[in-house]
Structure formats: structure tokens, C-alpha cells
Design a protein around this ligand. Sequence first.
Ligand code: SF4
Length: 453
Amino acid sequence: MSPADRYSHLRQTALVREGGRLLDAREWPEHELQACWFAGRFGRDFTTTDGRAVRVVQFGVWNHEAGPDFAEAAVSFDNAKPVRGSIELDPDARDWERHGHATNEDYNGVVLHVFLSVGDAEFFTRTASHRNVPQVRLDASALDEPPTPQPEAKPGRCLAPLRTLPEERVREVLLGAAQYRLRRKSAALARTSELHGPDEALYQALAAALGYKSNKLPFTLLAQRLPLRLLRAAKGDADALLFGVAGFLDQRDLAGFDAPTRGYLRGLWDRWWPRRAEFERLILGKSLWKMSGQRPANHPQRRLAALAQLVRHWPRVRALRDGCEPEALAKFCADLRDDYWDHHYTVTSRQSAKRMALIGETRVTEFLVNVFLPIAVGTDPQRWITFKNLPATLSNRRVDVAALRLFGESPLAASLLKNAAMQQGLLQIYEDFCQRDASDCEQCLFPSQLAKW
Ligand code: SF4
């Protein structure tokens, strides 16, 4: 049995005994729901509320116009020939009436109404043309990464058993969890690739990795709303479209900026403005972005500029995916040039004489761990060895919290976490056990499962 299979068994046994998930899925913000749906995280095969099998053959595109959320979708009912049309996605089924879709002709082409919850009374989705729209109710608890509250950062009950285990065994458990995590990421990327094609899947995953952690959702939404094929067709205007749809070009008065920044923003603005009306409906709201509390190097505008550069050099990015060599990726990122961002952390910072890399070493490791190696391992399981030997760059707050929970102040944690796979294994255990625990460790089955490893 591979270490990943052993970890999977440990995890499964514990979750089954816990009676499934301890915490309910939270109230979902609509944008997050839409992003998960489009990424295929709920799957593609469902049962309608009246018992028919339904397969989403094509998830369509984010709708630019007034009307339903996703246009040009294709849905098959009971294995029949797919019907084309739009899909509307709502947190609550009754939003259909509340938002006036029942009397709005723009919604006449909806072929599927998808929602998470519905009230006590039976609800029918009707169009202005008096057609009954098939409904699918999603199960948020079926997601593999349920959003859950963060536990307190204090050492947990597994500290003692971990301390008594031989170091080799601790390493094995962490590697098992890391391999399990890698396989899961690989499967998720394969699923997105199946839905949207390998290039779009790679581009969406890179965007999410650039948004990690505070802005993962707006980056994911941007990549879904501005697909790679659209940006590649826009040629030199890709950066302007990304900044415009991100909502970063709404300020007309640039007087407060220094001359290089004014020139840079004016250049983006001039190319965005003629196309603004076309994309207006897709522009992200300001509230989606987390701007404060970020290191300057992680500022979302800087990261967005990095995404624009990846789009610009797409044939090379694709080749890097196919080769999946860590050194080649590091060199490509170190060599990326951007006239403005090479010398500015943010649009409000002063110009720096020293050049700073648009995509630094930490992000390269994130790309490898979350995107390139999970894709590579899908076709070549031996790539696990590269993953296993990858050094970690920086730690982050989640890793630190997880290390504190499981290892306390033990020096073992510091030595283990110099390796990226160990960090990933730790995060997996943290998500599987700590983030599901609502008993202050008392009912957590990880310590007892550990003893049986
Ligand atoms: S919840 Fe479980 S895994 Fe997390 S610290 Fe407590 S005992 Fe350890």
C-alpha cells in the first residue's frame, strides 16, 4: 500500500467514525458558489429535483450580457441528446423570483436552475414563457474542501503521540498525507482540464496560485470570466482587460500618482476604455479584493501584472508545463521583464532603482506544488519523487499554525518543514482533522489513528 493509500485509509476511517463532517457548510457567497461550480468542484452529474439524471456536458461561458450567469451551456437529461442553453446558479432557489427572473425574457433560454438551498415549500422555476425549468440542488457538504472556521493556534492532543513516534514514522505519515494531497490536486486539475481544456485549466490554476491566499477567489473569477483564449486573441491588450475587469481602472483622475505610474495607468486605461461596455457586467466588485495587510510583493495588482505576463508568454508556459523542470520554471520566472513592475511594488509606492522579480522564488514553489507537479504526476506518477524532494521556500501562517497544533515547540517541526512536501502533508492533516474538529481535540480521531499507522 502506498503512503497516500495508507493516509487515505486513516482519514477515511476517522471521518466515517466521526459520522461525516462535523461542521455544516456555511452560507455561500454567490461569487464563491459560481467559481466552484464553473471549476467543476461539485461534479458534472446530478439528479434533478424531479428525479431525472442530468449531465452538464458543457459548462458554457460566463455571461457578459444581462441575463443568466452562464451562457452557451449544454445539458443532457436521462442520457438524451444534450440541449443547449443557459444555466442560472443561485444560493437559494427563491432568488429566481426575488430577482425577477420569472418575468424577465432574458431568462427564457435557461435550461437548468442550480441552487444550494430552498425553503420549506416546493418551488418551481418558471420562465416568462411559462416553461418549467429543471432544477438541481447542490450538496455543499460533498465538496472536498469545505470552508470551515480556523481553530485556535495552540498545541493539540496529538502532540504527545507524535512526540513518542520515531521520526521516521512521523515523516512517513506526513509524506502519506502529502502524496494524498498531490493526487487530489492532480484529480481536480484533470477535472478542470476535461471541462475547459488543458490550457484553460493551467491558466486558471496559475491565476488561483497568484491570488493565493487572500485573493484566490477574485483571481479565479477573473480567469473564468476572461478565458485564456479571449486574452490571447486580445494580444497586447490582455493586461488592460485583466486590470479593467478586476475593477482596478475605475479612477479617471491620475493626478495623485507619480509620472511613471500616471503613464502606466494611462496606457492601460486608454486600451480598456473602448472595451469597457463590452465587459461591464463582468467587472469584479471592490469588496472581493483584499488589499490591506498584504506584503507589497504580494499586492494583487502586482500579481495581476504577473498573470498578464504569463498570458503574453503562453507558448513558453505551456512548454514549461510539458517539461515540468523546477529549474527551468525558476529561470523563466526570474527572467520575466515588465517595464513598470520591475521597479514598483505597487502603484502607490515610489520607483525603486533596484529591479524586483515579478514572480519570486516563493511563488515558483507554489506553482510547482499546486499546478505543475500535480499536472505532471497525472501522466507520470514518478514525478512524485521531484515533489518529495522539493525544498520549501518560505513558511506561511497556515503552515505555522498547523505546526504549532501538531508539534508545539518541538525542533523536529522546524527540520521537517524545510521540505515542501512535508509542509503539504502537514496542511492536509490540518484541513482533514483540525479544521473539522469542533471539540477542542477531544473527539478528534487522528491521535488514535496515528497509533495504528
Ligand atoms: S484536532 Fe486532531 S489533529 Fe488537530 S491538533 Fe487536535 S488532535 Fe491534533
